[in-house]
Write a protein that binds this ligand. Structure first.
Ligand SMILES: NC(=O)c1ccc[n+]([C@@H]2O[C@H](COP(=O)([O-])OP(=O)(O)OC[C@H]3O[C@@H](n4cnc5c(N)ncnc54)[C@H](OP(=O)(O)O)[C@@H]3O)[C@@H](O)[C@H]2O)c1
Length: 374
């Protein structure tokens, strides 16, 4: 029986490669003149390296994809990275067997084509590929899984908060309500009610913190209220903010403009902490602290602001451990993470270039999450 099994496996492998190498697939690629739909991309399999071929089921459109299209994402290029897919082929043994459902972790180094494709070929070492394509159960809905990568970044940010402040023991997942020693809930103000801020609010609530999601304009708050994921009392317009109100402030706007950081400094309490999550550009500084450097290198710095001592904490990206933590939290507590309600736009690959271009022109009116279906 063992020999027959081996023969079947060998034959299957020999058959799979010629079949997939003859395949052409549809894709959206980023060209110098913008995102472009390609009807028939030939499948190019790497000759020497280990590789996997993934068939995406759903790919999320991230604000960083829009930044790449607009040419304002300077340090990283991850076009189409929020991928939930199925393994079609791997040229090495291990857990990435055909049929395995995976979520992509873009923080692992590998070479790949655009994630907005009917097939994604990724090449690296087997260990890196196994780490980059995180295996998930088929039982979890793809609409939930497509938020796993952004959620891992949020988990990572909370991890940095735990590491840099004295609230580690309070902010421990599954530890029950997070209260200060006097019985008061830790108060968390999240600035920016885009997808990042919304996921951060889900997790803060899951941890038992008293969360207020803050936005400069009404549109996104009204959307979140309509979907029912937050009660009106959990959201606020920036114009209604009170000074010295929150223990922790999480800044999740598209760019951490000086006025956004200043508003965070004003609303946090003495001895409070501010998480720098939203985008920064080189040269951004406040109170002689280089915000871009702090964020990218994930360092922290104490500053004095209006008579208060405040800790600024940088956070950037996610690690494999954050994916595991995010997956565990979503699997065990799906009700705390109603991601699927955030999907507002489902497009085909052919429609994607038009959507990306219009999102780039009008980034402030992209309420909810757009996804590409196949
Ligand atoms: N640190 C990390 O590891 C990490 C990981 C992923 C993403 N990010 C970053 O997180 C940020 C947010 O991403 P997202 O997907 O949530 O973006 P998004 O959906 O486009 O939301 C952007 C939010 O920023 C607000 N905003 C923009 N400019 C503002 C300003 N000048 N003042 C006040 N609010 C402003 C918008 O408010 P309106 O509704 O009023 O327009 C909106 O609420 C991006 O910079 C992204 O690159 C960081």
């Amino acid at each position: 029986l063992g020999e027959i099994e081996r023969l079947v496996i060998t034959l299957t492998e020999q058959l799979t490669i010629p079949l997939i190498t003859q395949t052409c697939f549809r894709s959206v690629v980023l060209t110098e003149s913008g995102p472009a739909f390609r009807e028939a991309q030939p499948l190019e399999l790497p000759r020497q390296e280990s590789f996997v071929v993934i068939k995406p089921l759903l790919v999320g459109v991230c604000s960083s994809d829009v930044k790449e299209v607009s040419g304002v994402r300077l340090h990283r290029h991850d076009f189409g990275h929020e991928i939930v897919g199925v393994v079609v082929h791997a040229n090495f043994k291990g857990p990435l067997q055909p049929g395995a459902r995976v979520v992509y972790d873009p923080h692992v180094k590998l070479a790949r084509n655009s994630g907005f494709s009917e097939l994604v070929v990724a090449a690296s070492t087997p260990e890196a590929l196994e780490s980059a394509f995180f295996r998930v159960e088929s039982a979890l809905n793809v609409d939930k899984l497509v938020f796993l990568e952004p959620m891992a970044c949020i988990m990572h940010a909370y991890g940095n908060l735990r590491a840099q402040t004295g609230i580690g023991s309070i902010l421990s997942q599954n530890a029950g309500p997070n209260t200060m020693s006097g019985g008061r809930h830790l108060s968390l103000g999240i600035v920016g009610a885009g997808n990042a801020g919304t996921l951060a609010a889900f997790y803060g609530k899951h941890l038992g913190m008293a969360v207020t999601l803050i936005n400069r304009s009404q549109e996104r708050l009204s959307f979140l209220q309509r979907t029912g994921v937050f009660a009106p009392g959990e959201m606020m317009l920036s114009s209604n903010l009170k000074k010295d109100f929150f223990d922790i402030v999480f800044l999740a706007t598209s760019f951490l403009a000086p006025e956004v950081v200043e508003s965070g400094l004003n609303m946090v309490k003495n001895k409070g902490a501010i998480l720098l999550y939203g985008g920064t550009t080189p040269g951004m500084a406040i109170a002689d602290v280089d915000l871009d450097d702090i964020r990218r290198t994930e360092r922290h710095a104490g500053i004095r602001w209006a008579g208060k001592d405040i800790l600024l904490i940088g956070t950037h990206g996610a690690l494999s451990a954050d994916f595991h933590e995010a997956y565990d939290a979503v699997r065990k507590h799906p009700e705390s993470f109603p991601f699927e309600h955030l999907i507002t736009n489902r497009v085909t690959l052919k429609e994607l270039p038009g959507l990306l271009t219009s999102m780039g022109r009008n980034p402030d009116h992209c309420t909810g999450k757009a996804v590409v279906e196949f």
